[in-house]
Design a protein around this ligand. Structure first.
Ligand code: GLA
Length: 388
């Protein structure tokens, strides 16, 4: 039986009735373009094969009943009309926030029963939150009689709504990359998204076809973006933009970097340097991929890691170790991915070197006394969809 079929069966076991449909959304890794999505810059994520599923059925009484396979037997029950920021804690804040944002935007969300399951690693910097938000957003809009948003404009509108939901209900001031990736990524491509105007382009990226492997190294250091460090970086970037008289740091061109560094207070300088040099790295990676030369992106990945480690200061010992050992073991390039402070790294390696790289990283973690990392290869997968 398909996974969606099993999720539908689980819904019936929990709620005692059939669901009206099953929807799913993937986690993501970002190839490059980190901490640029709240600065008007570009990002380059790909969807993981790991997904979150939401089976749902409408209710006439305005109640939202939420069940997660992770917490069997626990049913969260909320009145949709009474949802408000701050009112819901724990995992249910994500789907509740989505119901609140959709209703506020006039999507007419009524009551629903929702069962969710995931195989996106949690707390690994692979966007399990956005996968949950987007799967639930598709389920609730589907139940409200909205056709699945086929065009990118409609999907990006949903990305904005789910991002706003996360801001309001969990206090995490994220950018739009993760929700946009969950909604707009396609098999065989990275998504080149400009976050100022939300212009997007699908850029071919098929590591296997080139004899390459893209590895994800989950350090199993649970990243805690909500501890304020992410918000502090974002606030620093906004303060820098204000001081330089622009709305967003990426309103500056790379040629204005030296002037900006001169103008800014010393603590804000490395933030500006990271953001503007990262924009150049994204452009370089896109042009190499479009030229059909994915091998050539490795160098930019590793340079991006150094910038996140030294200038943006969002790496950690385990991520630095994964990146340096992978490169020493022959990888073409490696970097931390996502918000940082733990979570995962991505490594680009020749297919023939990938197993050796994974082995060396594991050995280095053991020698340093870290928990064993989880290493797996990924190929770009499809974004959110209705599965049944
Ligand atoms: C987290 C946020 C994203 C983005 C990344 C850093 O994943 O949710 O919006 O800012 O960090 O690139």
């Amino acid at each position: 039986m398909s996974r969606a079929g099993r999720v539908a069966d689980a819904f019936r076991a929990v709620f005692g009735t059939a669901c009206a449909g099953v929807w799913s959304a993937p986690g993501r890794v970002n190839l490059i373009g980190e901490h640029t999505d709240y600065n008007g810059g570009s990002v380059l994520p790909l969807a993981l094969p790991h997904r979150t599923w939401a089976a749902a059925a409408p209710r006439a009484d305005g109640l939202l009943r939420l069940h997660s396979a992770r917490f069997p037997g626990e049913l969260v029950q909320l009145a949709v009309a009474e949802l408000a920021p701050g009112a819901v804690r724990g995992w249910a804040a994500y789907p509740a926030g989505v119901a609140w944002a959709l209703r506020r935007a006039g999507y007419g969300t009524g009551g629903a029963d929702v069962h969710v399951e995931t195989d996106v690693p949690l707390g690994a910097g692979l966007s399990s939150s956005a996968a949950l938000e987007v799967a639930v957003a598709l389920a609730l809009t589907g139940l409200a009689g909205r056709a699945f948003p086929a065009g990118y404009a409609a999907r990006l509108q949903l990305a904005r709504l789910t991002r706003d939901a996360e801001h309001a209900f969990t206090g995490m001031p994220c950018g739009i990359m993760d929700q946009a990736a969950a909604l707009c990524c396609t098999t065989g491509h990275v998504l080149h998204l400009g976050t100022r105007d939300l212009a997007l382009r699908q850029v071919p990226f098929d590591p296997a076809a080139h004899g390459l492997r893209l590895l994800v190294v989950d350090t199993r250091v649970v990243h805690a973006l909500r501890d304020g460090a992410y918000a502090a970086r974002r606030a620093g970037c906004e303060a820098g933009a204000r001081a330089l008289g622009v709305r967003l740091l990426c309103d500056l061109t790379p040629s204005q970097l030296d002037w900006g560094l001169w103008e800014l207070a010393p603590p804000l300088r490395p933030l500006l340097r990271h953001v503007l040099t990262e924009e150049e790295r994204v452009a370089r990676v896109v042009s190499r991929l479009e030229a059909g030369d994915p091998r050539a992106v490795g160098e930019s990945l590793t340079a991006g890691h150094a910038s996140l480690r030294d200038d943006f200061a969002v790496s950690c010992a385990e991520l630095d170790l994964a990146v340096s050992v992978a490169c020493r073991a022959g990888a073409l390039g490696a970097r931390m991915t996502g918000g940082g402070f733990g979570g995962s790294a991505v490594v680009l390696a020749e297919e023939t070197d990938a197993a050796g790289v994974a082995r060396e990283v594991g050995a280095a973690f053991a020698a340093a006394g870290h928990r064993p990392p989880r290493v797996f290869a990924v190929e770009p997968a499809d974004g959110a969809r209705r599965d049944r």
